[in-house]
Design a protein around this ligand. Structure first.
Ligand code: NAD
Length: 494
C-alpha cells in the first residue's frame, strides 16, 4: 500500500537524523565542533545540524581511507567478495528506501515520488557495478615470441568525491558505486544543503560489510571541506559533480597540488529541437514538460532551451500551455506533487533574478512569478519565455530552475546552429520523423547524449557526461568505473 501524504508527514515528524560525519567506520562531530543547519525549503525549518568539517577532518578521513587501502581488504579482495558486499549494499538501500527518500525530500524539497525512484536507482547502480567488476577482463597485447605484454586495471587509490544537492543520494551513488567497484577507498563531501542521505548510506555500506575506512563522508562547506579535498596531496583522483565554475576550481586545486586526475560532471543548457515533422506532438510536449520541470528544473541536463521549427511553433506552444495549467507547485511530501520548492533561499533568489531578466529580454508566456510564503515554500511557477535569441542571457546561462526559453528556427541548418550555440554540451534531444535527419543530427549535435524522439535518456548501461564546458569524463557504464582505475602495462620477457 503506497504511503499517503499524511503517512509521509507523520514519518517526517518522527524521523531521527544524525548529521555527524562518518570517518573511519564511525560517527564523529567535526574536529572543531562546527555545525551548519540544513533547511527544509518547504517549511523553512532546520532539518538537522550537520557537522561542518574542515581541513582537519578531511585529513583524518583521507588517512583512514589510505590505511584501509593499504590493508587491502577491499582493494585486493576476491572479486566475488566485492560483488557480495556491493549487492548487500543495494539490498540495504532497498530496505531503507523510504527513509533515504524522505531525507532527500526534507533537505532538498524533492518530490517524494521522485526521491523514491532515486533510491531505487541508487540500488540499481550498486547492483550493476557489483555485477560488472568481476566480469571486466583485462587485456593481453600482441608481443614478440618470448615476451608477454599485459594491460591491467588497478584501483587508483584514495578517491575524493564532491557532489551537489539536486539528486543527493543519487549523485553520491554515481561516484561511490563505480569507484568502490574498482577497489578504491573514498572520501565523499556532500552538498551543504543535503548531507543526510549520504551519511546514512555510509552506515548502510558498513552494515553490508564494507571494510572500515573504505568509505568516509565529510559534510561541510565547499570552500573548506571541498577545497581541502581538492588540494589534498594524498588524494589520488577526484570525481566532481556541480557547477562549471566550481569544476574549474577543482582543476586549479589539482594543478596546484599533486596533479590528481579530476573528473567533472558540470552544468548544461540542453536544447530540445522540435521539427515540423515531429511524429507525435502530444508525446513531444510531454517530453518538453518533463525535460524542464522535473525536479523544478534543478537538473544538470534539463532541456531548458526549446527550439521550435516555424511550422510547429504555435501548435506546440498551445499544447504546452494546457499542460502547464495542471502543473501547480505543492508539498513535496504529497505523492501527487510533481513540482516542489527550489532547494534554498539562494537558489530561489537566483531564479527570481532570472525571471526579471527574462521579462526584460523576451516575452513571458506562462508563470514568471516567484510564489513564496514567509520562511518556506520556495516555489516558482513553471515559467515559459518565448522569442528568446542567442543574444539573451536566458539563452546562454544555466538557470537551474523551472524556466523554459523558447526560440524558433526556419530549417535544419539553423536548428543545429542554435542547438550548438552554447558553451555547454551535456545533452540534446530532437523530434523528427525523418530517419536521415535523426542520424545527421546525432552526428552534428555537440552533446554527450543525443536522444531522438524522447528526452534525456539515461541508464547505467550507457555513458553520461558532457562535451565542452559541461565536463570531462563519463559517469555510468564501464567508462564510469575505468576512470577510477589506473592502467598498468607489464612486459614479461621469458
Ligand atoms: P556547486 O558547484 O555550487 O557545488 C557542488 C559541490 O561543490 C558542493 O558539494 C559544494 O559544497 C562544493 N563546492 C562549492 N564551492 C566550492 C569550492 N570553492 N571549493 C570546493 N568545493 C566547493 O553546484 P550546486 O549549485 O550545488 O549544483 C548545481 C550545479 O551542479 C549545476 O551547475 C548543475 O548543472 C550541476 N550538476 C551537474 C550534473 C552532471 O552530471 N553533469 C549533475 C547534477 C548537477
Amino acid at each position: 500500500m503506497p504511503l499517503t501524504h499524511h503517512d509521509w508527514k507523520r514519518r517526517a515528524a518522527a524521523l531521527e537524523v544524525d548529521g555527524r560525519a562518518w570517518i573511519d567506520g564511525r560517527r564523529r562531530p567535526a574536529a572543531g565542533g562546527a555545525t551548519l543547519d540544513s533547511i527544509n525549503p518547504m517549511t523553512g525549518e532546520a532539518v538537522a545540524a550537520v557537522a561542518a568539517c574542515d581541513a582537519a577532518d578531511v585529513d583524518r578521513a583521507v588517512a583512514a581511507a589510505r590505511t584501509a587501502l593499504v590493508a587491502g581488504d577491499w582493494a585486493r579482495a576476491e572479486p566475488g567478495e566485492r560483488r557480495r558486499v556491493m549487492l548487500a549494499i543495494a539490498a540495504e538501500i532497498r530496505i531503507h528506501r523510504e527513509e533515504l527518500a524522505l531525507l532527500d525530500s526534507l533537505e532538498a524539497g524533492k518530490c517524494i515520488t521522485e526521491a523514491l525512484e532515486d533510491a531505487e536507482e541508487a540500488a540499481v547502480l550498486f547492483d550493476w557495478y557489483g555485477e560488472l567488476q568481476d566480469k571486466a577482463y583485462d587485456r593481453v597485447a600482441p608481443a614478440p615470441a618470448g615476451v608477454q605484454a599485459t594491460v591491467t586495471h588497478e584501483p587508483l587509490g584514495v578517491v575524493g568525491a564532491v557532489v551537489p544537492w539536486n539528486y543527493p543520494l543519487h549523485n553520491a551513488t554515481v561516484k561511490l558505486a563505480p569507484a568502490l567497484a574498482a577497489g578504491n577507498s573514498l572520501v565523499l563531501k556532500p552538498a551543504e544543503e543535503s548531507s543526510l542521505s549520504a551519511l546514512r548510506l555510509a552506515e548502510l555500506c558498513d552494515k553490508a560489510g564494507l571494510p572500515t575506512g573504505v568509505l568516509n563522508v565529510v559534510p561541510g562547506h565547499g570552500h573548506l571541506a571541498g577545497e581541502a579535498l581538492g588540494r589534498h596531496e594524498d588524494v589520488d583522483a577526484l570525481g566532481f559533480t556541480g557547477s562549471t565554475e566550481i569544476g574549474k576550481r577543482f582543476q586549479v586545486y589539482a594543478g596546484e597540488s599533486n596533479m590528481k586526475p579530476v573528473w567533472l560532471e558540470c552544468g548544461g543548457k540542453s536544447p530540445l529541437v522540435i521539427f515540423d515533422d515531429c511524429p507525435d506532438l502530444e508525446a513531444a510536449v510531454d517530453a518538453a514538460v518533463a525535460g524542464i520541470f522535473t525536479n523544478a528544473g534543478q537538473v544538470c541536463s534539463a532541456h531548458s532551451r526549446l527550439l521550435l521549427q516555424d511550422g510547429i511553433h504555435d501548435a506546440f506552444l498551445a499544447a504546452l500551455d494546457k499542460r502547464l495549467e495542471a502543473l501547480v507547485p505543492g508539498d513535496p511530501l504529497d505523492p501527487d506533487t510533481r513540482l516542489g520548492p527550489l532547494v534554498s533561499r539562494a537558489q530561489f533568489d537566483k531564479v527570481r533574478d532570472y525571471l526579471a531578466i527574462g521579462k526584460r529580454e523576451a516575452t513571458l508566456r506562462h508563470g514568471g512569478e516567484p510564489l513564496t510564503a514567509a520562511g518556506g515554500e520556495l516555489f516558482v511557477a513553471p515559467t515559459v519565455f518565448t522569442g528568446v535569441t542567442p543574444e539573451h542571457r536566458l539563452f546562454r546561462e544555466e538557470i537551474f530552475g523551472p524556466v523554459l526559453a523558447v526560440s524558433r528556427f526556419a530549417d535544419e541548418a539553423e536548428g543545429v546552429a542554435l542547438a550548438n550555440d552554447s558553451r555547454y554540451g551535456l545533452a540534446a534531444s530532437l523530434w523528427t520523423a525523418d530517419l536521415g535527419r535523426a542520424h545527421r543530427l546525432c552526428d552534428a549535435l555537440q552533446a554527450g547524449t543525443v536522444t531522438v524522439n524522447g528526452v534525456d535518456a539515461v541508464s547505467p548501461q550507457t555513458p553520461f557526461g558532457g562535451m565542452k564546458q559541461s565536463g570531462i569524463g563519463r559517469d555510468y557504464e564501464l567508462a564510469g568505473m575505468h576512470k577510477y582505475m589506473a592502467l598498468k602495462t607489464r612486459w614479461i620477457h621469458y
